[in-house]
Ligand binder design. Sequence first.
Ligand SMILES: Cc1ncc(COP(=O)(O)O)c(C=O)c1O
Length: 453
Amino acid sequence: MTATSPTQKADQRHVWHPFTQMQEYWAQPPLVIASGRGGWLTDTTGREYLDGNASIWTNVHGHNDPDLNAALQRQIGRVAHATMLGLTHEPGAMLAAELAGLAPEGLGRVFFSDNGAGAVEIALKMSFQYWQLAGKSEKRGVIGLAGGYHGDTFGTMAVGDSGFFHERFRAWGFPADHFPAPFCSEWAGVVRSADISVSLLALEALLIEKADRIACLILEPSVQGAAGMRLQPPGFVRAVADLCRKHDVHLILDEVFVAFGRLGSMFVCTEEGVTPDFLCLAKGLTGGYLPLAATLAREKIFTAFLGTYESGRAFFHGHTFTGNPLAAAVALENIRKLRELIDAGTLKKRAACFGLLLAAAFIGHPHVAELRQRGLTAAIDLIPAGGGAYPVAARAGLQVCLKARGHGLLLRPLGDSLLLVPPLCLSEVELGELVGRTARAIDDVLPTFQYHA
Ligand SMILES: Cc1ncc(COP(=O)(O)O)c(C=O)c1O
């Protein structure tokens, strides 16, 4: 490790990076990003990298987008921040109206926060309080899907099922039930095999046993991102929604990852014909520019919170930067541009191209156990040629990602899975670069990879 620039030295001396084993991080000189344009990031030495994980799954129209920049500049000349605690402002109110207009009918109330975990915590708290207000305070439990990830705060860890990430904090969480995830193998727009019956039977049994004590069920619809892009077959979300409705349990859809064009549409729930009780949004909401999140709630739930101050029915929750005007102004412009892309079918076309490129590179590859792809998101599970698995300590996925950097591509591994989540603005040629550079990194590292089983 040689840190030479003041930034690198300050980073090594003082920054504690998220989701990072710092001892491992220090083995390389810190990569310092200086600027970005489109789907590319440039470091302080002038080297360019394709942003293969869309800066943690957020980027939509690219870095340094002139329209988003202009929206930000217009708003910064007016006011950078004004609280929404008891006041309002134009970008916040107009964004709330925009989101309500895009969401399924009935999801008319928008509560802002500033990150995905916050959006989920808010939905959970709203559901818990609703049942208290409805005189059913025994409805306190939560059901989640096996492998679910909803963030790293205590409530989201409790309802998630991210094993390795969260296990050590279990003792501080509230209990939650989990039902098995469905199975779905898909790439290039074709479901290769799928099964939802085991999952739905288990859910129905859970609901028959406990629904009178369950407040809500939370689900990442269509794709469980942090579980390694685990896919659900079409129709699964609808079936879960029907069971929730039948058993009087709120449905929270966590679309923090999948919304805003990632799967080709604005929201997955509208594609699936499902109206959840709560819809959680973040990541792509501002096109990857600024932290902003939203929890949409049904009007019927909102009205249950109305009453006099002393009735104590108000929802006592908020964050300092709730509905920040800069972020809201950028989000409005992001949505305007995204709508054009969706309406023109551009994202669906790019996703189809991405799927074909991935299939050509990785189906039948000796070091790829499985490819999962839907929309502009994919996972590639790496294995030794001949099968089995790499020992955890070998860090095979990380070694491939470090090699990819040498080929001008930024990726983050999840164990020995490579997660490809490009900015939605990548052209078909750039998608080809993304897939080609990933394949080169795998082929450079794995055939001669030294590890001890
Ligand atoms: C589905 C889902 N929900 C919630 C979160 C948490 O979002 P944040 O990191 O903004 O708290 C994530 C983050 O990856 C996510 O993928």
